[in-house]
Design a binder for this molecule. Structure first.
Ligand code: C2E
Ligand code: MG
Ligand code: MG
Length: 709
């Protein structure tokens, strides 16, 4: 195979020299045929005078096609400047060379990355130009890029993993530990290097750690999570979950172990949180009933403390009114504020708990005697009584407190609590906003209270409920225009019991629903009878909030009206102001439904709740009943007088009639009459009595008022 070097500048006539040269060229060509490196020679102007056989492999172009060409054209435009710079650099001194990495275009248009070395041979008489040596590094660069990427991925998953991780030798020496691991152990990442993982385990768990690592190095138990204790730099043990995996080389020889270390103290923390939630009231954050009982049991079980344990049972007095009329969010805010105040007003060792609803309990240990307990209670009562500011304005609540002190006998947490509860109920009965200390004679009363719910259930079954009727009088004429039906319970042992003593319980237990149905039926039947006797009277029946929420109320009532055949407009239904405000929107819908039956509606005990004026206007109500608390002070107390005046004015503005409740004196009657109040009820006219007492012609038994002045 012949070699022709183009652009030869010097012709040699010397035959021998020529033969020698050809020989050495042939040798060079043969040597370069299989070499990785491609060699090309350019003349001083940059034209190719020689290209080694590898060129064809490198660029997919035949050597012949390159001869005489300017290879700079094959260089990526972005790299050309660098090639020129290299050529110039190699130019600076004879035999100097410069190396650059550039892209050359393959015949198939792809770019090959090559390492180009330019050697200046301008002074070499055999060449007089440049020798280029070109090495294809495309694959290598590709591998490097992949490696880089893999390293980045490793970096991301290992170094920045939120779980602790260590890359170790097969015998557990740390080559690299990540930040999470360093943090978990309270060490520096650098300080981890070279440390044996086994040394990080708690000495009692070291054996487990060693065998887990050995297994991993042998390729067993990969991914298994083993619970261990490790040790923090500050000496405290750490609960961790360890799992290992094995890294093998390309020939699958084990190289490294990667160990993941999870901090399960976090889980334990979460476990603690769950336990906390189970023992605390979510609204106020106070311990709940069960935690309180536990704590009380603990206090009672210790001989040194059991005789100095006091339990305070606190019940807010007007909470239901706030909740019903201002809504639950307002009620919640009130409870939270009171919880904070109670906490602030007790000593750190005392426990304040939210027992239920508006009931709080306080456990005081180390109370010397009753007077000490009363002092604590007084402090709490004072804290509660301060006004509470909520969005709707200022609210005042008072509290009734019952106190029970462990008396050295073997009483249980439950009895102590029950005693405090009984004392609290006594405080309520005595007029609220006060405290009572449990005395053993209060036992009976407590028992009474606890028996009521069961007895009530039987009262219905045994037909122990009675209805009494109180006349409603037109104040200007003194005529009896109707009666209010008021429920009584004829208790087999306790005699006649008033509704104040059982209606609340009935509402709480839901028994009010069947009891209310009974009341409606009984009153309507009585009215039907009066009507047959020619008495032109109405009957007013009290309805509990709970009944208003009953979906069957309207149907049941319609059924009663049909069965008794009375005119619906002779029936008045009375709802207390707070019951109406409980869920005002739903109330409006329920009242409208009732009104479709043709009955009249009245708001009872007006002035004791927190009515919203905008709702008042929307309730389809025909009458307001002024609470007797305001009638009581009429003419004496300027505030009560002002309230009565306002209620009458308001009712008339809303086109409602007004009924004054609890009129006991002629002075109150006069005052109400002067205010323009149309109707009234009260002992002055007649107490609630059995229907038989009012005879067949109730209007004839009516009270004749003194002639208007
Ligand atoms: P209320 O509807 O406001 O009934 C008026 C209360 O005032 C009655 O008490 C009545 O006996 C009393 N009263 C009437 N005139 C006078 C007076 O001149 N002086 C004084 N000091 N009191 C007077 P009672 O019968 O104890 O009923 C109390 C509350 O129990 C009623 O208040 C009503 O809210 C509720 N209630 C009574 N019967 C029923 C019923 O059948 N169903 C429901 N849901 N509640 C009822
Ligand atoms: Mg009433
Ligand atoms: Mg009333």
């Amino acid at each position: 195979m012949g070699i022709e070097i183009a652009g030869r500048k010097h012709r040699r006539s010397d035959e021998v020299a020529g033969v020698q040269l050809r020989r050495s060229e042939a040798r060079l060509h043969a040597l370069l045929a299989d070499a990785d490196v491609v060699v090309a020679i350019l003349d001083g102007d940059g034209h190719v005078t020689y290209a080694s056989p590898g060129t064809e492999r490198l660029l997919g172009r035949p050597v012949a096609s390159l001869l005489g060409s300017v290879p700079l054209e094959l260089v990526h435009p972005g790299d050309r400047e660098r090639v020129m710079t290299a050529a110039r650099a190699s130019d600076e001194e004879p035999d100097a060379s410069a190396r650059v990495e550039i892209r050359l275009q393959h015949h198939d248009q792809s770019w090959r990355t090559v390492e180009l070395t330019v050697m200046n041979r301008l002074t070499d008489p055999a060449i007089v130009g440049f020798v280029l040596s070109v090495r294809d590094v495309t694959e290598q660069r590709g591998l490097e890029a992949t490696l880089f990427e893999v390293r980045g991925r490793f970096h991301a998953t290992f170094d920045h993993s939120p779980t602790g991780a260590a890359l170790t030798t097969l015998d557990g020496r740390v080559l690299r530990g990540n930040r999470a691991l360093a943090q978990m152990l309270g060490m520096d990442e650098k300080a981890l290097e070279g440390v044996s993982l086994m040394a990080l385990a708690h000495h009692e768990d070291r054996h487990t750690a060693v065998s887990a690592l050995r297994d991993a190095a042998d390729g067993y138990g990969i991914g298994d999570r083993v619970e261990q204790r490790w040790v923090h730099a500050d000496g405290r043990p750490l609960a961790v979950m360890v799992s290992s995996s094995l890294v093998r080389g390309h020939d699958s020889t084990p190289l490294y172990v990667v160990t993941h270390v999870e901090d399960t103290n976090d889980h334990q923390e979460r476990g603690r949180l769950l336990a906390h939630q189970a023992a605390h009231d979510p609204l106020t954050g106070l311990p709940n009933r069960s935690m309180f009982l536990d704590e009380l049991q603990v206090a009672l079980s210790k001989p040194e403390s059991r005789e100095r344990v006091a339990v305070l049972f606190i019940d807010l007095d007007r909470f239901k009114v706030v909740n019903d009329s201002l809504g639950h969010p307002a009620g919640d805010r009130l409870l939270m504020t009171i919880a904070d105040r109670l906490r602030a007003a007790t000593r750190p060792n005392d426990m304040v708990a939210r027992f239920e609803g508006d009931e709080f309990t306080v456990l005081c240990v180390g109370v010397a005697d009753e007077s000490a307990a009363r002092a604590v209670a007084a402090r709490l009562v004072a804290a509660i009584a301060k006004p509470v500011v909520i969005t709707e304005g200022e609210v005042f609540v008072t509290a009734s407190v019952g106190i029970a002190i462990a008396n050295g006998e073997m009483e249980t947490a439950e009895t102590l609590l029950r005693n405090a509860d009984a004392a609290m109920h006594r405080a309520k009965d005595e007029g609220r906003d006060r405290m009572e200390c449990f005395a053993s004679d209060a036992h009976d009363e407590a028992a009474n209270h606890f028996r009521t719910a069961n007895d009530l259930r039987r009262a219905l079954e045994r037909d122990e409920l009675r209805m009494h009727y109180q006349p409603v009088v037109r104040l200007d004429t003194g005529h009896v225009t109707g009666f209010e039906a008021l429920m009584r319970w004829e208790h087999p042992e306790r005699g006649l019991v008033g509704p104040v003593d059982f209606i609340g319980e009935a509402e709480e237990t839901g028994l009010i629903v069947p009891m209310g149905t009974w009341a409606l039926e009984t009153a309507c039947r009585q009215l039907a009878w009066w009507h047959t006797q020619g008495a032109d009277v109405t009957v007013s029946v009290n309805l509990a909030a709970r009944q208003l929420a009953e979906p069957d109320l309207v149907d049941d009532f319609a059924q009663v009206l049909r069965a008794t055949g009375i005119r619906p407009d002779t029936v008045w239904l009375e709802l207390t102001e707070s019951a109406l405000m409980r869920d005002a929107e739903r109330t409006i819908a329920a009242l409208r439904a009732l009104r479709t039956l043709g009955v009249h509606l009245a708001i009872d005990d007006f002035g004791t709740g927190y009515s919203s004026m905008s709702y008042l206007k929307r309730f389809p109500v025909d009458s307001l009943k002024i609470d007797r608390a305001f009638v009581d002070g009429l003419g004496r107390d300027p505030e009560d007088t002002a309230i009565c005046t306002a209620v009458v004015t308001l009712a008339h503005a809303l086109e409602m009639r007004v009924v004054g409740e609890g009129i006991e004196t002629p002075e109150q009657l006069d005052a109400l009459r002067n205010l323009g109040c149309e109707y009234g009820q009260g002992y002055l006219f007649g107490r609630p009595q059995d229907a038989s007492m009012w005879g067949t012609r109730p209007d004839l038994h009516g009270w004749a008022p003194p002639a208007p002045a």
